[in-house]
Design a protein around this ligand. Structure first.
Ligand code: SD4
Length: 332
């Protein structure tokens, strides 16, 4: 073999060996992260959820968890509480309508086996999370929207109900006076519930449900029913959910990003912060909006981070329930 060819062959062999070594190291590091997470003694059961209404929602979820129930059943039971509460004006019954005066609901749910179900632009059905659960359990699909979602819900025994309360109607009528069509979400008019739970068997699940941005355009769907944007669960690593201006979460596939950051070894808080920073670095207009991420790891560690101060979340475990303020990018 002439020396040029010999040199080339040797270089290629070396390069291949280096590449293989790098890949092996990376794969090992990745496996170690999974093992690290899996080998910690999980603080379980535990349930976390967004905003103050999370306290009442966690209570219902906790009941399922301490009865040795599954995380997927806990999160469904939990978020049904604000869905049915007319005083929670950002979720389910009593939620703010769109600019046409219609309450349109988005929800999704995900279990420990990567099964998931979602509904979007669903009208006149009080518990979108339970419809999402049935989409997951009983159909070959992940998401049903609008009329189709409603028909499916009715076929499963859900009743058509009027969801626009007098209070929400009044708010809409007041809004109509100026009819500012900019889909601005600020800290006052959004309060989606996203809930994550770790059960006694060490399994994670999550649920997210909302009436979306108040006075949104008709047909607008936010991040909350979109797996990866408003919710994501990977039972090897952790789970994340989001609240706030859904468009920002969709553009960055925010919750999937949070879980992937945890896979790389970040704590839940660090991962939520990294996702908020991604939004800040990529999307110029982020400052006028609120976004909050909440994450729970396989070991029961939780954390949160948001753009504006004012986002809080509820944590319930054996020590009781508490409401915590998330750290924020913009401090006031
Ligand atoms: C949305 N993310 O529809 C939802 C709104 C929200 O707290 O989170 N409210 O964009």
């Amino acid at each position: 073999m002439n020396s040029k060819r010999h040199f080339l062959k040797q270089s290629l062999t070396t390069l291949f060996a280096l590449g293989t070594a790098a890949f092996t190291v990376k794969t090992m590091a990745h496996k170690q992260n999974i093992n690290k997470v899996a080998s910690m003694t999980p603080r379980k059961p535990i349930v976390v959820s967004t905003w103050q209404h999370g306290i009442a929602a966690n209570k219902a979820a906790w009941q399922v968890l301490i009865d040795n129930g599954k995380a997927i059943d806990a999160v469904e039971a939990g978020v049904r509480i604000p869905e049915a509460d007319p005083d929670v004006m950002t979720v389910g019954y009593g939620g703010y309508p769109d600019r046409e005066g219609k309450v349109t609901l988005d929800a999704c749910i995900m279990d420990e086996n990567q099964n998931c179900g979602a509904v979007a632009f669903l009208q006149n059905i009080k518990h979108p999370i339970s419809v999402a659960r049935l989409v997951m359990d009983k159909t070959p699909h992940v998401m049903l929207v609008g009329e189709g979602a409603q028909q499916f819900a009715k076929s499963q025994g859900f009743l058509e109900e009027h969801l626009l309360t007098a209070k929400a109607k009044k708010a809409w009528q007041d809004w109509l006076i100026e009819s500012k069509y900019a889909p601005v979400i600020n800290i006052e008019n959004h309060d989606t519930i996203g809930m994550l739970a770790l059960d006694n068997n060490g399994n994670l699940s999550g649920a997210c449900t909302t009436s979306g941005a108040a006075f949104k355009m008709s047909g607008r769907v936010g991040d909350s029913p979109i797996i990866g944007a408003g919710l994501y669960v990977d039972n090897d690593i952790g789970a994340a959910t989001a609240t706030g201006m859904g468009e920002l979460m969709i553009k960055t596939v925010g919750c999937h990003l949070v879980v992937e950051m945890m896979r790389q070894g970040m704590t839940p808080t660090q991962a939520c912060k990294a996702a908020v920073e991604r939004i800040a670095n990529k999307l110029g207009d982020y400052k006028q909006f609120q976004v909050g991420f909440l994450a729970l790891s396989k070991s029961g560690e939780y954390g949160s981070f948001c753009i504006q101060s004012g986002f809080n979340y509820a944590v319930t475990d054996h020590k009781g329930s508490k409401l915590l303020d998330a750290e924020s990018l913009i401090k006031i």
